[in-house]
Ligand binder design. Structure first.
Ligand SMILES: C[S@@+](CC[C@H](N)C(=O)[O-])C[C@H]1O[C@@H](n2cnc3c(N)ncnc32)[C@H](O)[C@@H]1O
Length: 263
């Protein structure tokens, strides 16, 4: 899945409050080496660079990397953005004091490989902070409706359930073998628009995943039905009678290496 098509930068702007929580939790200091995995347009990377950290962002989507580079240039920030994916990070062993990922690594198709790579690039006392959606709520419903429509149109069984990046036990299974302990806390993120209709139209126009769904469903005459179902779900969940707002729950995961036992 390439996240370059569309205008993901507009959607990414809505994730800035979460990026702020992730970077605030990781609290990189000046000169610390920060790696932002699945950096996209550079939300977390830019915030870490503003704190004086030495930042590298990694993402598979070349166009989003270019947006991130331009953002760093415009802010006169030192940050490097390179193409790569979580399961094969093009960086040296132990190169990062801090690894952050704002809803990025959760899209890696091979979570154990991503965890192994995070462990490999983390310095011995390195810390990792990841945000991950908690299933449930209107945006989850939209994602499920879209996946169902794609599976039905393509005649596939549908994707297997995603890895539970929000679940401490699942995360321990991934990271404990590398000496990490896990703690999580819960946060909320609001998505707003002028109306439920404006929200879904914006997703269909700008979000790479909706654009991919559109490309499959529109020629088959199946887009309208999905749009209607999505709109009904958004209207039912709308928290703002004068516009549109839905709140999504997410976790902030902190993985820290346990100090080595003294013998
Ligand atoms: C929801 S966006 C989040 C982007 C960014 N972190 C932010 O705060 O806006 C998901 C990002 O994960 C990236 N991504 C998808 N698959 C990936 C993978 N296997 N490894 C690393 N990043 C991936 C996408 O290209 C996209 O930029």
């Amino acid at each position: 899945m390439d996240w370059s098509p569309g205008h993901y930068e507009r959607i990414a702007a809505q994730l800035m409050p979460a990026a702020s929580v992730v970077v605030g939790t990781a609290a990189p200091g000046p000169e610390e080496r920060v790696l932002d995995i699945g950096c996209g347009t550079g939300n977390a990377a830019v915030l870490a660079a503003r704190r004086g950290a030495r930042v590298t962002g990694v993402d598979p989507a070349e166009r989003l990397l270019e947006v991130a580079r331009e953002r760093a240039r415009a802010g006169e920030l030192q940050a490097t953005f390179i193409r790569g994916e979580a399961g094969a990070i093009p960086m040296a062993d132990a190169c990062a004091d801090v690894v952050v990922s704002n809803f990025g690594v959760i899209f890696a198709p091979d979570p154990p490989a991503a965890a192994a790579e995070i462990a490999r690039v983390s310095a011995p006392q390195g810390r990792v902070v990841i945000s991950a959606w908690i299933p449930g709520g209107a945006i989850s419903v939209l994602v499920r409706l879209r996946a169902e429509a794609i599976a039905s149109a393509s005649g596939s069984a549908g994707a297997p359930p995603p890895f539970a990046w929000h679940d401490r036990d699942a995360l321990l299974e991934l990271f404990a073998a590398y000496g990490f302990s896990i703690s999580i806390h819960e946060e909320l993120l609001a998505f707003r628009a002028a109306s439920p209709q404006a929200f879904i139209e914006g997703e269909l126009r700008d979000h790479p995943m909706w654009i991919a769904a559109r490309a499959l469903l529109e020629p088959r005459g199946e887009l309208e039905a999905l749009r209607d179902r999505a709109l009904a779900a958004l209207e039912a969940a709308n928290e703002d009678l004068d516009g549109f707002c839905v709140t999504s729950r997410y976790v902030v995961v902190e993985a820290r290496r346990r100090p080595a036992a003294v013998s």
